[in-house]
Design a binder for this molecule. Structure first.
Ligand code: NAD
Length: 542
């Protein structure tokens, strides 16, 4: 086709409410019932082939951990190597496929997900990752749809970026896919991250080996099936479940590694970078290293802040999805004058939050993801109970007999450097430090220096000078900064997401900045009438 096609203008997918009586609620409930009575057998998918190794692990419901939802076949070293071969084979055609044909596949996937696939994906996310209907809707439906629609639009913008040409010359920019394969390594907490980290490099013409998180396999497998139904050719994204260390050790030092698209904890990302650094002479090209990692996200309230706004931001920001959002608020700084009226209602509201199985829609919270997370989170609660520097003022109860349930917990820290003010806990726990009203500026410096992370943060104030000061002092403390709003809930195309310092490379998921990492530009200069003589005019004799 000759022409410069433009993509449909991207529009964010509306979030459905799931209120009683709505058709989406009825459909979702039906799907939840059906998935709750099925055990899915999840193969590896390499070069379009389903491979069953027989070495399987179970995917369970975190809120009912004896209930198996799926068995997942695990790759050995041979299958991992096979995935690289499949990615290389698919690369030949995919990397030269017209961009609009690639984008069309993802746009089709977005519409399938907005329609017939929506509740399948939401139910898998609710059951496998223990999310409420609303938390699943904003993740596994809306955010994936937005990622795909906006990425197609950003791809179009990238290809349209062309250099100047002077008379007699035609300069062009070609945005080539990277040579080799992309290794996408994704976390459990957002189905959309699995879709974005594997899908975005593929949209730009790359081929991918995708290792999903161990506890999000069901929804992640459906992402792959959705893309297959939308027409993604075999081998473009290869789905390789398996022991994280084994899969990674095969791939990270491979000559053809063209890039890493990672989201997860800082320690794992650091280990990837070290391995790549140690092997730097062993690659065909310098691998692109893109990683979004941990956080210790803050809320800082000024004495002029509105009490109810701070209370709501703490509850929603810290406890939605059990505090397992990378952006979740996990430390707050409140002035004494506000705290005396905030403490009572905050504790009372926290104690009233409903927790349980996501199939019961009245619950606000569900279970944390697995035993390892449960043990880690509860160890911080136990420690606070025993410490003279902290007090558990709300929640603190936990029970893993049926599901990994932890009550939303507030720790009041008596020192700003108490351990739970500094470490990423990744659970329904927020630590609060109460400061003297006179220490506003000093508190801002404390917020900046307490943690190595810089992902999200929020300031609450009515005083505009205070907001300005917070923006300045906390300039590098958060990649996503909120004024009078909770620090979670970034929307694709509105608040491109990512942080600096130990929170990642800040390549902003859901923006043109991320897509640019997956292309390597070639500058082409064509001269219409070439020079025939090497001599320049200045060389002529006078
Ligand atoms: P994780 O680091 O345990 O796992 C992430 C991925 O790395 C998974 O696929 C896992 O299997 C793999 N992995 C784990 N250990 C590995 C190892 N030793 N070698 C190779 N691969 C390994 O993270 P998680 O528990 O799935 O997710 C939670 C973490 O992710 C938190 O730290 C959170 O802040 C972070 N996160 C960050 C963002 C962001 O945008 N900054 C978004 C979501 C999650």
């Amino acid at each position: 086709m000759n022409g410069n096609p433009t993509t449909p203008p991207p529009v964010n997918e509306p979030v459905l409410t799931y209120a009683p009586g709505t058709p989406e609620r009825a459909e979702l409930k039906k799907e939840l019932e059906s998935q709750s009575s099925t055990v899915v057998d999840i193969p590896l998918v390499i070069g379009g082939e389903e491979i069953r190794t027989g070495n399987t692990i179970n995917v369970v419901m975190p809120h009912a951990h004896s209930h198996v939802l799926a068995t997942v076949h695990q790759a050995g070293a041979d299958e991992v190597r096979q995935a690289v071969v499949a990615a290389a084979a698919a690369h030949r055609e995919w990397s030269t496929t017209r961009w609009e044909d690639r984008a069309g596949i993802f746009l089709r996937a977005a519409d399938l997900l907005a329609g017939p696939w929506r509740q399948k994906m939401n139910a898998a996310t609710m059951l496998g990752q223990s999310k409420t209907a609303l938390q699943a809707e904003i993740d596994s439906a809306c955010e994936i749809i937005d990622f795909f629609r906006f990425a197609a639009h950003f791809a179009e913008q990238i290809y349209a970026m062309q250099p100047l040409s002077e008379r007699g010359v035609w300069n062009r920019a070609e945005y080539r896919p990277l040579e080799g394969f992309i290794y996408a390594v994704t976390p459990f907490n957002f189905t959309a991250i699995g879709a974005n980290l594997s899908g975005t490099p593929a949209m730009m013409g790359n081929t991918v080996v995708w290792k999903p998180g161990r506890t999000s396999m069901l929804s992640n497998y459906y992402v792959l099936k959705l893309l297959e139904e939308a027409g993604l050719p075999a081998g473009v994204i290869n789905f390789v479940a398996g022991d994280a260390r084994l899969v990674t050790s095969e791939l990270l030092t491979h000559t053809e590694l063209a890039g890493i698209h990672f989201t997860g904890s800082t320690a794992v990302f650091n280990s990837f970078w070290e391995t790549i650094g140690g092997n730097i002479g062993g690659y065909r090209s310098y691998p692109r290293i893109v990683g979004e990692t941990g956080g210790k996200n803050f809320i800082v309230a000024h004495p002029s802040a509105e009490l109810d706004a701070v209370k709501t931001a703490i509850i929603r920001g810290a406890f939605e999805y059990q505090g397992q959002k990378c952006s979740a608020a996990s430390r707050a700084y409140v002035p004494v004058s506000l705290w005396k009226d905030l403490e009572g209602p905050l504790v009372e509201e926290t104690e009233s939050l409903t927790m349980g199985d996501p199939r019961e829609f009245t619950n606000f919270l569900n279970a944390v993801i697995d035993q390892k997370a449960f043990d880690k989170i509860t160890s911080y609660i136990d420690r606070a109970r025993k410490s003279d520097d902290a007090e558990v003022i709300a929640g603190g109860a936990y029970d893993d007999s049926e599901g990994w349930f932890i009550r939303p917990t507030i720790i009041q820290a008596k020192r700003p450097d108490y351990v739970s003010m500094c470490d990423e806990i990744f659970g329904p726990v927020i630590s609060i430090f109460v400061y003297d009203d006179a220490n506003w500026s000093r508190t801002l410096r404390l917020v900046d220096s307490t943690s190595p992370y810089a992902l999200t943060g929020a300031v609450f104030a009515k005083d505009s000078r205070a907001i300005r000061e917070a923006l300045d002092t906390l300039r590098n403390s958060a990649g996503n900064f909120y004024i009078n709003d909770k620090p979670t809930g970034a929307v694709v195309g509105h608040q491109p997401f990512g942080g600096g310092r130990a929170s990642g490379t800040n390549d902003k998921a859901g923006s043109v900045m991320n897509l640019l990492r997956w292309v390597s530009a070639r500058s082409i200069k064509e001269t219409f009438v070439p020079s025939l003589d090497y001599r320049y005019p200045f060389m002529d004799s006078e």
